[in-house]
Design a protein around this ligand. Structure first.
Ligand code: NAI
Length: 319
């Protein structure tokens, strides 16, 4: 098994996101080395991955064509970074979101890697120009930002440094597709990348609508979960425009002026504090009390919904 498998892929940091990447790469048949500075984290990660994969297999939701045992066989822990990088085709950094720590980790890797491996960061919001500045192997560096939980939400944003080689982007794109993820190319770095810029635009307007007393917090969430969100699981906002008239030109012709009229009424960036945060917090706690048990149960329910949605999407004929 191990000899015919591709890879190896090295995961640096075996916390929440590192574990998910390990499972995804193993599902694609890649050998995976899990590295961490904390030996206990590696032990915990391997135990958690075993438990998760068995549960996924029992519910027929395990990704890939290999059994859980075959996938588990592909993942090994490693506490020596020099040994860990040996032969790696792709390194996925997953250490905490701290610029100085990540720069230290990349400087260390830069000193021991060869010219063929891709060096990729899972960062949610640090810019490639900050992370990879001054590295000898900068051409091989890229951000591959996953969405939590990556096992059920396949989007990965690929963000290059200005000096990243096009072949690095292409290789990472192909690798992500091979493990069943949906990579998108962010052509130039920008704060928040694309996903968080869209998310923050939605959060901002949601907050203003609640703050101005136009809608209750729970009804606001319904507008998304029972309205916009349903079609956005299948088509994006631009295709929505295209389909909601006789094509994009017709949509802009018909609705352009009214969109601009509404957009001009949008307010300033909210403070996310004071009376509104109290109001939103109280409303959220009616539905999901903010103690660890209730939050964990609701997250589990969310992940089950996402898992079923992923199944439905994979069964839909593609057009
Ligand atoms: P985490 O805190 O769960 O795990 C971080 C791991 O890195 C720990 O096991 C820690 O022991 C290890 N670590 C610390 N210093 C290290 C070093 N020098 N060398 C090797 N390992 C080291 O963090 P999490 O949530 O997995 O986040 C990792 C990255 O993924 C962050 O950049 C985060 O922004 C990004 N991300 C997180 C998402 C989330 O929802 N948690 C979603 C998308 C991206």
């Amino acid at each position: 098994m191990a000899t015919s498998a591709a890879g190896p892929v090295l995961i640096v940091g075996s916390g929440l996101i590192g574990r998910s990447w390990a499972m995804l790469f193993a599902s694609g048949g890649f050998r995976v080395k899990l590295f961490d500075i904390e030996q206990q984290q590696i032990t915990n990660a391997l135990e958690n991955i075993r438990k998760d994969m068995k549960l996924l297999e029992q519910s027929s939701s395990l990704k890939g064509s290999l059994s859980a045992e075959q996938q588990l066989f592909l993942i090994t822990g490693c506490s020596n970074i020099q040994e860990a990088v040996e032969g790696a085709i792709h390194i996925q950094e997953c250490v905490p979101e701290d610029l100085e720590l990540k720069k230290k980790v990349f400087a260390q890797l830069d000193g021991i890697i060869g010219d063929d491996v891709v060096l990729s960061s899972s960062t949610s919001c640090l810019l490639p120009s900050q992370l990879f500045a001054g590295l000898v192997h900068v051409k091989q560096c890229i951000v591959a930002h996953p969405v939590n939980p990556p096992y059920y939400v396949p989007l990965v944003e690929l963000v290059p440094h200005p000096e990243t080689a096009p072949v690095t982007v292409d290789r990472t794109h192909a690798l992500m597709q091979k493990i069943g993820q949906s990579p998108v190319r962010v052509l130039k770095e920008v704060d928040g990348f694309v996903l968080n810029r869209l998310q923050y635009a939605v959060i901002s307007e949601a907050w203003r609508l609640v703050q101005e007393g136009i809608v209750s917090p729970s009804d606001l969430d319904l507008v998304m979960s029972h309205g916009l969100g349903l079609r956005y699981a299948f088509i994006g906002p631009l295709e929505t425009m295209h389909l909601n008239a006789e094509g994009m030109l017709s949509y802009c012709d018909r609705y352009g002026e009214s969109m601009k009229h509404v957009l001009k009424t949008f307010g300033p960036i909210p403070e996310f504090s004071g009376a509104t945060v109290e109001k939103v917090h109280q409303a959220m706690c009616v539905k999901v009390p903010d103690d660890p048990e209730h939050l964990a149960a609701r997250r589990q329910w969310r992940d089950q919904c996402l898992m079923r949605l992923a199944k439905l999407k994979s069964q839909m004929p593609s057009q």
